[in-house]
Design a protein around this ligand. Structure first.
Ligand code: FAD
Length: 263
């Protein structure tokens, strides 16, 4: 497989960097081809602004989605964004790796998504009518490809358990896994999360590295998270609400969008 790993940590001697190297070494040992986007090392520009749309006249009001659509269609996005889009098209699998910062991805990685997941490429794809609400959530440009997260967290695993004070990790990562990766078509694998990393000693590293190697060995075969397909008949159009006959009536929120939540 061809794999793109997008890495978001500012320090080359960090735990994240060491884990990234473990992942790459294992993937290459399995015969995969790996490319890395190292956002801090590349000095990635994360904020969306007018300079992202060189074809926009200086006196034209900036409407980001419209400018993104026109620029993508005209092949007129900036070169850094075009290079990332080309890598996403090249890759069979995408890995996003980051430390959990304020229960989310670091801003530089969010800015990579904001700029690279352009209108017409990652959203605004397919027929939008009273019969179909576009190609997304199971359809889309990146369908047939796999994606997964590698995340480190300072908090304890128990703090992210179903009754943990931080909220459940699958809920916290839902906006990324479902809203960013599943949306444009990726099959999203369960995340690889390491907890309590700020107390990590050298003795903790090898067991974590072993678990990560195993996940890299099974990248092509791990079962994706069973999100419901938008266009698979489970949702009403145009409300995009789950059909009333589906889902456990006591289940609300993110879990409703797992096909296993059928009663
Ligand atoms: P590092 O600081 O590089 O290393 C962590 C430990 O691993 C060190 O003790 C280091 O000695 C050890 N280590 C062991 N082996 C190695 C090796 N081979 N190479 C390098 N180091 C090794 N946590 C949460 O749970 N939820 C949050 O919402 C959250 N928000 C945060 C917000 C901010 C702004 C910041 C700065 C931190 C936040 N944290 C949060 C904590 C954060 O998730 C962790 O600090 C981060 O995941 C640690 O990863 P790192 O790569 O930076 O680790």
């Amino acid at each position: 497989m061809k794999i793109l790993l997008v890495f978001a940590h500012p320090e080359s001697r960090s735990l994240n960097a060491a884990l990234r190297d473990v992942a790459i070494t294992e993937l290459e040992a399995q015969g995969h081809e790996v490319r890395v986007t190292d956002l801090y090392a590349q000095g990635w520009k994360s904020a969306v602004d007018r300079t992202d749309f060189p074809v926009l006249a200086s006196d034209t009001r900036l409407i980001p989605a419209t400018a993104s659509k026109k620029s993508f269609e005209a092949d007129a996005l900036t070169e850094d964004v075009k290079a990332e889009i080309a890598k996403l098209i090249w890759a069979d699998a995408l890995i996003l790796q980051f430390p959990l910062w304020w229960f989310a991805m670091p801003a530089i990685l969010k800015g990579w998504v904001d700029r690279v997941f352009a209108y017409g490429f990652a959203y605004g794809v397919g027929e939008h009518s009273d019969k179909r609400w576009g190609d997304r959530y199971g359809d889309g440009t990146l369908v047939g490809k796999r994606a997964m997260l590698i995340v480190t967290a300072g908090g304890w695993k128990e703090h992210y358990a179903p009754r943990g004070v931080n909220g459940e990790i699958d809920d916290l990562l839902f906006p990324i896994n479902h809203g960013i990766l599943y949306y444009p078509g990726y099959d999203v694998l369960p995340p690889f999360v390491i907890y309590s990393v700020d107390r990590f000693g050298e003795a903790d590293f090898e067991p974590a590295a072993q678990r990560l190697r195993e996940r890299m060995r099974t990248l092509a075969t791990t079962q994706p998270i069973p999100y419901r397909r938008q266009n698979g008949g489970d949702y009403l159009i145009p409300s995009m609400n789950l059909r009333p006959d589906l889902g456990d009536q006591n289940t609300t929120g993110f879990k409703l969008h797992l096909s296993g939540s059928k009663s």
